[in-house]
Write a protein that binds this ligand. Structure first.
Ligand code: NAD
Length: 309
């Protein structure tokens, strides 16, 4: 594994025995690496996967490298709220939820509940999942955003691209900006409720994964070439998520990304997101719309202490 070349390594992570995690989208890419590294560090990990066969293949590989690993695959389709409900109904108490799953720049399609696919999967599915699990999370919620939030605009009057002409990259950017608005608003709500919980965000920089292979358009084929030339491995890309999920004294509301700004890789450090992501009015509006669209009303538990390890 090539992780050692990136500075901070999971070897510096505290032993995660006794800690439990849910990782969404753990059947490939960054999520599969995140689940594996956490399980190797002794954590108990639920791989929340739309494709459970692929999830089982990842879990088998983890068990092969670490026979004592505690990992379990459960079905979760973020593009279907009934699946989110079914998952949360069966989910035990956990320390950390990692909202990692995502789709990027897909053609215009809708989730089972009629949401635009990228907003529906990347933001609304995770919004519902987090809200329904909140009273069973003891430490923190990590949400994976992207440098693409920089070009994102959240249109509260047309979140689901019903009035605007659909454009797949702006739709991805909107969903990734929503991930950050959600994280910062969740932290404000934790603070207001006197909760010790933390909401943090991470972005991987640029990593070669299955994310860039959706439609077979020229753009996607070009990305396959740039992946080979410029992207880091999924191991490198998972470092910010791993750090965000395990660093004991990481403050709530943090955004973690790779140190190298230009080369989009390197040791995980605190990074700044743009001004729009910190717009409190926009965040509140998105929160209210998200509650209305998903039907999930948040109740922030006041007294959950953060279980630092
Ligand atoms: N790879 C990069 O360069 C990069 C850059 C910035 C941000 N990200 C973010 O990293 C995260 C992980 O992406 P990745 O690069 O590992 O790509 P990936 O395609 O390998 O992984 C995405 C995962 O999400 C899962 N997923 C998609 N739709 C789902 C649904 N409806 N329900 C449940 N799971 C679903 C997929 O099955 C897959 O396991 C995403 O949130 C992505 O936006 C990646």
């Amino acid at each position: 594994m090539s992780i050692g070349m990136y500075g901070w390594t999971p070897g510096e992570m505290n032993n995660q025995s006794g800690r439990s995690f849910v990782v969404t989208g753990a059947n490939s890419g960054l999520g599969a690496v995140t689940a594996r590294v956490l399980a190797e560090a002794g954590a108990s990990v639920i791989l929340a996967c739309r494709n459970t066969d692929r999830g089982e293949a990842v879990a088998d590989r983890i068990r092969k490298s670490q026979p004592e690993a505690q990992c379990e695959v459960r079905s979760l389709d973020l593009a279907d709220l009934s699946s989110v409900y079914a998952f949360t109904n069966e989910c035990p108490q956990i320390d950390v939820l990692i909202n990692n799953a995502g789709v990027m720049a897909v053609p215009k399609t809708r989730t089972k509940d009629g949401f635009e696919m990228q907003l529906g999967t990347n933001h609304l599915g995770h919004f519902a999942l987090t809200g329904l699990l909140l009273d069973r999370i003891t430490d923190r919620v990590v949400t994976v955003s992207s440098g693409m939030h920089l070009i994102g605009r959240v249109d509260l009057k047309d979140l689901n691209w019903e009035r605007r002409k659909y454009r797949r990259w702006p739709a991805y950017a909107q969903s990734k900006l929503a991930n950050l608005l959600f994280t910062y608003e969740l932290q404000r709500r934790f603070d207001a409720a006197g909760s010790g919980m933390r909401a943090v965000a991470a972005h991987p920089g640029y990593a070669s994964t299955g994310l860039q292979s959706h439609t077979g358009t020229i753009q996607d084929r070009l990305m396959r070439v740039t992946n080979k030339l410029l992207a880091q491995s999924a191991e490198g890309g998972a470092l910010p998520s791993l750090y965000a999920a395990t660093a004991p004294s990481l403050p709530g509301g943090s955004y973690v990304g790779p140190a190298g700004r230009f080369e989009q890789r390197g040791s995980p450090v605190l990074v700044r997101s743009n001004k729009r992501s910190r717009d409190r009015t926009l965040a509140k509006g998105l929160w209210e719309e998200s509650e209305a669209l998903t039907g999930v009303a948040y109740r922030i538990p006041a007294d959950t202490g953060s279980t630092q390890n």
